[in-house]
Design a protein around this ligand. Structure first.
Ligand code: GLN
Length: 274
């Protein structure tokens, strides 16, 4: 008889503690995945079940450093769940700062009608924004075909396929229309900068690193914004916490105004450009 779920999760949390800051949570999410149920259901109703055979293998993968979201194939972001896998940047809670800033910006108005997401990855920012404004339409652009496959599948799963289009592109190079809301989480890590455990080994470098100072992609994206923002519209772009001044200077050079918003850890996380 296999050991109960409760004991198997306790053992997994111990094994994962040296490799993960969230060992207990990881163990729970892997168990929920192994059982094919939600974490809530697991904790409320399944703790005394027999642990499924495949759980140990999932824990071993996590122990070897594979990101949790690649093992389970999903990551929650804002109000939605996104399918992810190797080759796409895993959505980070930090990026929810951009959606919050957008919600603040459009508070008291009917909201944006047209939304552009530059470097959409698995559709993260675009689909979260479309969930917020059910009448809005959106365009997601990415240089990666793998990312776009995930983005389209996620739009389908979320019932948003009719409100989205996704296309391969080099930032806004082929975009000839204006948008009420432009979102972007470009790569911004400097080549020699430290990233979290497992990130450099497993996540796509092209979604993370942007030249010697991490600013390469802002130098391409920011100058395009004056031609992309509709009257009354806004662009909200994620930044590294030490990049506020440099990116603000690029915005000023493009004759636009900006302010910085902070994440839950009180660090600069995004720039709001009008
Ligand atoms: N915040 C991410 C990390 O350090 C970087 C994301 C990005 O470059 N856009 O893992």
């Amino acid at each position: 008889m296999a050991e109960p779920v409760r004991a198997a999760m306790a053992a997994a949390a111990r094994v994962l503690a040296p490799v993960s800051d969230t060992a207990r949570l990881d163990a729970e999410l892997l168990m929920a995945h192994a059982l094919g149920c939600t974490r809530d259901e697991l904790l409320l109703r399944r703790l005394d079940d027999a642990a499924p055979d495949n759980f140990v293998g999932l824990v071993e993968r996590r122990q070897a450093g594979e990101p949790l979201a690649y093992i389970t194939g999903t990551r929650d972001f804002w109000t939605i769940t996104l399918g992810v896998g190797p080759g796409v940047l895993i959505p980070r809670a930090d990026s929810e700062t951009l959606i919050e800033a957008a919600v603040d910006y459009f508070a008291g108005s009917p909201g944006p009608r047209r939304i552009l997401d530059l470097g959409t990855g698995p559709g993260t920012l675009l689909l979260a924004a479309l969930a917020e404004w059910p009448k809005a339409m959106g365009l997601g652009i990415d240089a990666s075909a793998v990312a776009l496959e995930h983005a389209r599948a996620n739009a389908d799963t979320l019932g948003m396929a009719g409100r989205t289009s996704f296309r391969r592109g080099d930032w806004a190079a082929d975009v000839n229309e204006r948008f009420d809301l432009i979102l972007a989480n470009p790569p911004y890590v400097a080549l020699d900068e430290a990233v979290g455990p497992g990130v450099r080994e497993h996540e796509p470098a092209e979604a993370l690193f942007a030249g010697a100072d991490g600013l390469d992609d802002y130098r391409r994206i920011i100058p395009a914004l004056p031609g992309l923002i509709a009257p009354g519209g806004v662009a909200i772009v994620e930044i590294g916490w030490r990049q506020g001044e440099s990116v603000s200077a690029l915005v000023e050079a493009a004759c636009l105004s900006s302010r910085i918003v902070h994440d839950l850890g009180q660090r600069p996380r995004a720039i709001v450009v009008t």
